[in-house]
Design a protein around this ligand. Structure first.
Ligand SMILES: Nc1ncnc2c1ncn2[C@@H]1O[C@H](COP(=O)(O)OP(=O)(O)OP(=O)(O)O)[C@@H](O)[C@H]1O
Ligand SMILES: [Mg+2]
Ligand SMILES: [Mg+2]
Length: 484
């Protein structure tokens, strides 16, 4: 079912386009050699270029350009061999140049596609309009002094990628899926760390509403939202607000809004009348960026397997469901971990264990994957023991818990605790014979048609063998013997 906002006049469709600002992983800034490391004391990482000292000239950072190209390939997008840096002029205290160097008419990356992984393993493609490179601004600090503002220029000039989506998203969930996938792709590529709480990925959220089938409505833009949950909340609030305004006979004005995380609402920052005229023009200090096609090809050849391809391979080679494969490929470490576990035998069983027991245990103990007490190889070893019938699936759960506590190998634990499953027919048959001899009336009832009693016999046999009998074998032998 598609997402709709219910109003008094019927149902409204929500239309969303996201602009994602992603900080490029690079040691130095877009046009200066200053460090980009997170967490430095204010104004420790500011070169003369960043501070816009007179006469300072920008020098383009080649690594950032390479990162931009990688991102373009990750978004299955057109790489433009010629692009142009332009000045986006506006005044703000934390913008010493009085303009931001950005790309406008000719961005480095053109149209592309991002595939959403939705509920139930469904997917949907969303259009990418463009991606360009630009400088970040500095930071104004208002909460240190009652009457003064402070400026931190560490972030000034840090390279950002702005990825602009088409207005293709239709619900808060889809917007969430879009951001999760974007983050996953950028992390696979190593072009952005995707840490939203450190501000390395932020979104401008464009929202409009319309009656299904109608033309696009007027959008508002909620700036700089820094968590996926907040983006979803902003969409929910903003779409309901717009429906109410329209149904009350009002009009939506194209405006910039701000999200308030304390109550999940948005409020107006500035309206269209006050909208910026950025007076874009090509930066005279920078030549057009012309890429060597050979270099671009080299970069293309170095792109790693990305989540979509990996997912497809997991489905095809390992027989996983789209849903399971989607969960496993979300980040590269998880996917690698799973593949290592799958070497232990049955890849489908491995997926169940990794997604269920293993991720569950990680979650419960609040550990990151890198801190796991049970290695992929060890988990693979446990699964191999189930596969070759050394232990039952049920015993395996017990062994896993012990592994988690002690970091011991599965076979060591099975050996030490004597958990080996009984798969010899001899002792199982002996146990069954004894139970049947001691319970003639049950045997008679079963033979008389009460087939449900098989469960009782299984239980008795398991009990008699200390829970170690191979359950498949117990079933098989019981059926044979009870049939008489
Ligand atoms: N009617 C609409 N409803 C919802 N989203 C829309 C609508 N029209 C456009 N959008 C989305 O708004 C975003 C516009 O971003 P874009 O960077 O092109 O321009 P901008 O927001 O005006 O510029 P700036 O980068 O200065 O904020 C895109 O993601 C686009 O898909
Ligand atoms: Mg934009
Ligand atoms: Mg915008």
């Amino acid at each position: 079912m598609s997402y709709r906002v219910k109003g008094n006049t019927g149902e409204w469709e929500v239309v969303i386009g996201l602009e994602v600002h992603a900080q490029v992983i690079s040691n130095s800034k877009l046009f200066s050699g200053a460090s980009t490391k997170f967490g430095a004391a204010p104004n420790e990482q500011v070169s003369l270029v960043d501070a816009a000292m007179p006469g300072m000239l920008p020098v383009l950072n080649k690594e950032v350009v390479a990162q931009g190209i990688r991102t373009g390939f990750g978004l299955r997008a057109q790489i433009n061999l010629k692009s142009v840096f332009e000045r986006k002029n506006y005044f703000y205290a934390d913008l010493p140049q009085g303009y931001q160097i950005s790309q406008f008419l000719e961005p480095i990356v053109g149209k592309g596609t991002l595939t959403l992984d939705l509920e139930g393993g469904k997917t949907r493609d969303v259009g990418i309009e463009r991606m360009h490179l630009e400088q970040d601004a500095g930071k104004s600090i208002h909460d240190q002094h009652p009457t003064q503002s402070y400026i931190d220029l560490n972030r000034t000039g840090v390279a950002l990628m702005e990825v602009v989506s088409d207005p293709d998203l239709r619900s808060p969930e889809e917007a969430g899926a879009y951001l999760r996938k974007m983050r996953s792709i950028l992390r696979y590529l190593g072009t952005c760390d995707g840490n939203m709480d450190e501000g390395s990925m932020r979104a401008d959220v464009n929202v409009s509403v319309r009656k299904p089938g109608e033309e696009l409505g007027t959008r508002t833009e909620t700036k700089n939202v820094n968590s996926i949950r907040y983006v979803m909340q902003a969409i929910e609030f903003e779409s309901k607000r717009q429906v109410k305004v329209l149904e009350d006979g009002g009009e939506i004005v194209q405006e910039t809004r701000q999200f308030d995380p304390s109550n999940g609402t948005t409020r107006s920052l500035r309206s269209k009348e006050e909208a910026h005229d950025y007076r874009y023009f090509p930066d005279p200090d920078l030549l057009p960026l012309v890429l060597d096609p050979k270099w671009v090809e080299e970069i293309k050849a170095s792109i790693p397997e990305l989540p979509d391809e990996k997912k497809e391979r997991f489905i095809k080679d390992f027989g996983l469901s789209s849903y399971d494969a989607g969960i496993l490929v979300i980040d590269r470490d998880r996917a690698d971990f799973y593949e290592e576990v799958a070497k232990g035998g049955d890849p489908k069983v491995a997926a169940n264990w990794v997604i269920g027991d293993f991720f569950g245990a990680l979650n419960k103990s609040g550990l990151a994957l890198a801190e796991t007490p049970v290695s992929a190889k060890q988990l693979g070893g446990l699964i191999a023991l189930i596969k070759d019938n050394t232990i039952s699936g049920r015993t395996a759960k017990e062994v896993f818990e012990e592994m988690w506590e002690t970091s011991k190998d599965a076979d060591t634990i099975v050996e030490e605790k004597g958990l080996k499953q009984i798969s010899d027919t001899g002792p199982i048959e002996a146990a069954i014979d004894e139970i049947m001899a001691a319970n003639p009336s049950q045997v008679e009832a079963f033979r008389g048609g009460n087939e449900k009693l098989i469960g009782w016999f299984v239980g008795q046999t398991m009990k008699a063998t200390g829970g170690k009998a191979n359950p498949g074998m117990v079933n098989q032998l019981l059926k044979k013997k009870l049939a008489g």
